[in-house]
Design a protein around this ligand. Sequence first.
Ligand SMILES: [Zn+2]
Length: 331
Amino acid sequence: MFYINKNPILAGELEVLNELKAQLASNGIERFAEFKPGPRNIQFNCPIHAEGQERKPSCGISTVNKEEVPAGTVHCFTCGYTASLEQMVSHCFGKDDEGAFGKEWLIKNFLTISIENRKDIILDLQRGNNKSINNYIAEEELDSYRYYHPYMYKRRLTNEVIEQFDVGYDNHFELKDKFGKVKSVLRCLTFPIRDINGNTLFIARRSVDIKFFHYPEGVDKPIYGLYELPKNSNEIIVCESILNALTCYTYGKPAVALLGLGTEYQYDQLRKLRCRKLITALDPDAAGQKATARLKKALNGSKLVTSYDIPERKDINDLEKEEFENLQELF
Ligand SMILES: [Zn+2]
């Protein structure tokens, strides 16, 4: 068992290491080709020497707590690297901070309420009646996703936002090919896409392991977040992705998402909103800039539309609260 500040990490050692491997991979960093569990340690390809591409595992992490070698001690027999688990995590993510980032990473991923049942939250069950008749996603299905997952917090969601948008976790999403054959099974966050009355039209998913988004095939994407908008918001932020819109809520501002770059149907929905002003916050790349210009043209005459000046190569979800609050508004 590994520990953080003497608090046991309840996940298994291999689970911790596999999560590290998956998150590094999703950041384009290939490490730990294999893990070989033994009775007192787990061997893996050293992340330090040979640029982290060692052929045969010669680095190990102890899994048994001993006074002189506490559990989580990393040692490489080839290059001599010796570190704690949090120091190794920091190092893998390219941080030279004595393990400060690594510790934070472990706490965020493993000491939060990991996967805890949320069944005791108060549900508005009335609203769920008669849904399946109308081809809406049934309440029973939504209920089966009502779990917390550490990845939610990693993407800056708060419990309040999770409840408001009914963000969930699907631990076994079968991705199928066009013949209905299962291609792979993914662990995903679930985002119910609701219509303005709160009926769930379909579910969008984001893998917690890799950069992968999924919408059911052939759906007509509405504006995400219409139902959840506070009644009297005067200005609403328009984002590309769900996580960007939810980050705005985390920072206290109402927002919606286009689930892409915007369609005529969505422009129409934006026109009908009871607010005077929209602030676009699309990604600051060529596609985002083009989509912003198109949206401004489409809403010309019905809304005042301004834009946030988002730092290059970033999106709203990357921003700390202070950066978000200091965003320049362009008219
Ligand atoms: Zn080494």
